[in-house]
Write a protein that binds this ligand. Sequence first.
Ligand code: SF4
Ligand code: SF4
Length: 369
Amino acid sequence: MASLSLITPSPEIRDELHRRGGDTARRCFQCATCSAVCSLAPDDQPFPRRQMLMAQWGQIDRLAADPAVWLCHQCNDCTVRCPRNARPGDVLQAVRSMVIEGLAAPAWLGRLVGKARSTWPLLLGAPILFWVVLLGLTGHLAWPAHVTAFEQVVPHVLIYSVFLPVAAWVLAVVFIEGGRFWAFLGSSSPPRRGSFFGALLPVLGEIGTHRRFARCEAARPRRTGHFLLMWGFVGAAVTSGLLVVALYGFGMEMPLPLGHPFKILGNLSAIALVVGVVLLVVERWSQPRVSGATTAFDTFFLTVVFLVVATGVLSEVARLTLPGQVAGGVYVAHLSFVLTLFLSFPYSKFAHALYRTLAMTHERMTAAE
Ligand code: SF4
Ligand code: SF4
């Protein structure tokens, strides 16, 4: 495991955890209330008391190989009940951010996104600059006074020639990081049994229904927001795939009419994303104790999702009601934020989708019969 071999138990690691919002770990006096109240922890492998001890000692390698770190859904039931306000939910979140950065490929991109607080302007600004330069170089910066289709702003061929290679690259990174994590998980657990895909399928069903999340009490509103956000992303991804097929496979005219099934799926996904983001942001503002500490790791991801959703909706409104230059600008901003979201996926909080899925699959494959 290339990157994490550099990380050894040390006061520096402990300090890094503190910097990421895990500073409350030092208050823990090992009473185990958290493990007792966590409804997601299995009886034979309770968490997060043990993980709090590892965090206090800065044992990031042991934490990185511990599936419990990802089986935690940060519902913060334990945080609310902890008599020392050691905030175990936040500590595990800080650990997750360190593991994501430690396993990142390439490592420098992991560091860039991991330090999001100081690199926000670059992460959000560079894709905007990229699109403006690309459109300028290809002669597509002179938009009509009234935009009837976004094809007039950025041709589809340009969009796909950017996003398809980016998607392929992200997929390759996901395989590398997932492989590293899988090897790490296997190094410290009982041997896995059965087939990977045989275990993965029920895990996907569990994730799709958020069955496990439903067992957490303190964060019920967050479950709904998370559920909508997840299915909004899935719907948006499926719609994008269908549009590629419709455009290049069947030569269909864009934009599609409002009543077209692809358009309906796209709009329903957009609604799910909007409602999901609003629920999560409102819950974060109104219940900070339950939502967890606000860190750059958290806010960067939520902010990018918010910007993607907001500019996506605004693009459609601006196309119908505002001058072409404004609509074009909003649309280019939207594409830029989507690019940031894509590129930062393996390094931001978004990557929990990969790591948690693998940890749940590993858990199923190592469960006692
Ligand atoms: S985190 Fe809190 S509840 Fe858990 S063992 Fe430490 S002091 Fe007890
Ligand atoms: S945040 Fe929730 S899931 Fe995570 S350890 Fe605490 S109680 Fe368990």
